[in-house]
Design a protein around this ligand. Structure first.
Ligand code: NI
Length: 258
């Protein structure tokens, strides 16, 4: 059974055929799909979808670093209020993090918003789904003073970065997606050299980042098979073993999904 730890299945790109996408995912052996939130507007569509598929789709709560806008100081308390309901459905705080790739105009604010959401993870006993781009040093600085648990989503860094993250954050996994299948990517070499098999989970980040041979098309959870196949090759195990191992790693990190 495979676990897709990161899919934006509530995205409007799936509006026309979402049921078919879910059917194909089940047929391909995917048993759980985790849904990271993006902003205030995505909460309701995400929750409505998760409610229709209990035990299959699992929502998270958090504000994406590229979506702070001008209202984030009002949005964050509204999100935290949802966590104060003891029966809330959220399995993690995410996706949250830092992104300085396109835009550094909210340099300080992104770190402030992340620190607040990292506190939620501690306070409500939840793991973190971390998005980080061009922000490695700042990310380590915000996270290092607590002992967080979670996933560094869409990891594609160097061996040095992988080693530092794994050593500094022993309760974190690296989220591996379509990038590992790209011919020009060094990720499989990095994984083989420095990342133990018990420190990875798999993800699609659908509708983005399709693996080969679907690169450039809309991504969907069923395509995660290509990531599993590639990782099985890298770690010299069978695809079934890789599916079981990455699911065990995911359940260890997201205990609410057991
Ligand atoms: Ni995402």
């Amino acid at each position: 059974m495979i676990t897709d730890t990161h899919s934006h299945l509530y995205d409007e790109q799936f509006d026309a055929d979402r049921d078919d996408v879910l059917e194909r995912a089940r047929a391909a052996g995917i048993g759980r799909i985790f849904l990271p939130n993006i902003n205030a507007e995505t909460i309701e569509p995400m929750l409505a979808l998760a409610r229709q598929h209990p035990g299959f789709l699992y929502p998270m709560i958090g504000l994406h670093p590229e979506d702070l806008g001008t209202t984030w100081r009002d949005v964050l308390p509204r999100m935290e209020a949802l966590l104060q309901d003891e029966h809330h459905p959220f399995i993690a705080v995410g996706e949250v993090g830092l992104d300085y790739y396109w835009d550094r105009s909210q340099y300080e604010e992104q770190q402030e918003a992340l620190a607040i959401q990292v506190e939620w993870a501690q306070k409500y006993g939840l793991p973190l789904m971390i998005h980080s781009r061009s922000a490695h040093r700042e990310l380590v600085n915000v996270l290092k003073n607590c002992q967080p648990r979670g996933v560094f989503h869409c990891f594609s860094g160097s061996a040095e970065v992988a080693e530092e993250l794994l050593a500094t954050f022993p309760d974190f996994m690296l989220g591996i997606g379509g990038v590992v299948t790209y011919k020009n990517s060094k990720l499989s070499e990095v994984l083989r050299r420095v990342v133990p098999i018990d420190r990875i989970v798999v993800e699609t980040d659908s509708p983005y980042l399709s693996p080969v041979p679907y690169r450039g098309k809309r991504n969907e959870t069923a395509y995660i098979i290509e990531v599993i196949r590639k990782l099985a090759e890298v770690y010299d195990v069978t695809p079934e073993e890789m599916a079981a191992k990455t699911t065990a790693n995911a359940l260890k990190t997201f205990p609410k999904c057991q």
